[in-house]
Ligand binder design. Structure first.
Ligand SMILES: Cc1ncc(COP(=O)(O)O)c(C=O)c1O
Length: 389
């Protein structure tokens, strides 16, 4: 029997090919500089690990409500108040298995067969795969440096059709690390509302912002769906915990979906996450955020110096999306040849959409500064051997 059509239309991650090749090189004794990895290199903060251990030792291993532990929902709501100055009801917070599940629940609550979701291209690939899984259509809208690699309200308006249900933006974005300017976000929200649709904002990298005090889209309206995560800022990728803040009248439907999809988010992880908002944990995380910023401040000028095009300074997350077209190879070959020649691993643009992926690569600064420096030294020695265009 054949597998379902949706499976054939979901592309594998090409970064995995680079990662597999990188691991094979390492197994053969080569030193590899990993700039393809999309997760923080820092360990989960110690108070969080201790809270998990205490939770497990105390027997906290049973299912929770599908919406998550009430005290964690409250802690997340308080975090928005303390950190972003937004007051939200804990009743709107749904704790999920990573923001991946938050995206899935949101899209499952909104999208019918053949209905459209507008997304930026380049963008995070899983989102369009989730839309496809739900028999909807993800419409990738090409974005470039002129709009900070983010959707504009004019584009959302031009692409909106009667069967469009929502626009989804990620700020800061993966792969570009760029943010949506507040006035543009307001205009996009207004277009979506005018058309009777929705705005979904992926704020998974918002804690890792390096520009002015970051603002959550939640301060704009109670009608926006915001997804976020413990994975990145809180250094908890493998704990599989995130959350969604939904308009209150949708929470019951989302709860029904969550009950059926995975019953409850992982209980030991929720117990652990309660320690995330303690002052001692936030102090650790803020120091790490400053370290990410220092890495960015080293890496962007270093890559520009080598000849990569980075027209917009990334202001969040831990990625740099760089134009490599000057080096005369399509990005996938460029990434594989760079790996073979230098041991520096990074991600070709093909994972992020159809908008000039062959001309772009993504560097992750999820390694320490001395390794970043070593990576740049190796590329500097190799790049002149390529014919530049
Ligand atoms: C933009 C964006 N959204 C969502 C996710 C999903 O992350 P998680 O499920 O670990 O919260 C990722 C992961 O890399 C991402 O880059």
């Amino acid at each position: 029997m054949q597998t379902a059509a949706r499976v054939h239309e979901i592309a594998p991650f090409h970064v995995m090919e680079v990662q597999t090749a990188a691991r094979a090189l390492e197994a053969a004794g080569r030193s590899v500089i990993h700039m393809e990895i999309g997760e923080p290199d820092f360990p989960t903060p110690e108070p969080v690990v201790a809270a998990a251990q205490a939770g497990i030792a105390g027997g906290a291993v049973y299912y929770t409500s599908a919406l998550g532990l009430p005290e964690l929902r409250e802690a997340i709501a308080s975090h928005y108040h303390d950190h972003y100055g937004v007051t939200i009801s804990p009743a709107r917070v749904v704790v999920t298995s990573g923001s991946s599940a938050a995206l899935l629940l949101t899209l499952a609550a909104l999208v019918n067969r053949d209905e459209q979701i507008l997304l930026s291209d380049p963008g995070y690939p899983c989102t369009r795969h989730l839309v496809r899984t739900l028999e909807g259509e993800a419409v990738g809208i090409p974005v470039g440096p002129e709009s900070n690699y983010q959707l504009t309200a004019d584009q959302v308006s031009a692409y909106w059709r009667p069967h469009t249900r929502a626009a989804l933006v990620a700020s800061p974005s993966n792969p570009t690390g760029t943010m949506l300017a507040r006035p543009e976000l307001e205009r996009i929200a207004a277009v979506a509302a005018d058309r009777g649709g929705r705005l979904i904002v992926d704020e998974i990298y918002l804690g890792l912002s390096y520009a002015e005090a970051p603002r959550s889209a939640l301060s704009l309206s109670d009608e926006i769906f915001v997804v976020s995560s413990f994975s990145k800022y809180f250094n908890m990728t493998g704990w599989r915990l995130g959350w969604l803040v939904a308009p209150e009248r949708h929470v019951r439907d989302i709860e029904k979906l969550a009950q059926s999809l995975y019953i409850s988010p992982p209980t030991p992880s929720q117990r652990a996450a309660l320690a995330c908002f303690r002052p001692e944990t936030l102090e650790i995380l803020e120091a790490r955020r400053r370290e990410f910023q220092a890495r960015r401040d080293f890496l962007v000028p270093a890559l520009r110096e080598l000849g990569f095009g980075i027209p917009v300074l990334p202001t969040g997350g831990f990625f740099v999306y760089a134009d490599c077209s000057r080096f005369g190879l399509d990005s996938e070959r460029f990434a594989l040849e760079a790996l073979a020649a230098t041991g520096v691993a990074f991600t070709p643009g093909v994972d992020f959409g159809r908008n000039r992926p062959d001309a772009h690569v993504r560097f992750a600064y999820t390694i320490g500064r001395s390794k970043l420096e070593e990576g740049m030294r190796r590329l500097a020695a190799w790049l002149p051997t390529l014919v530049r265009t």
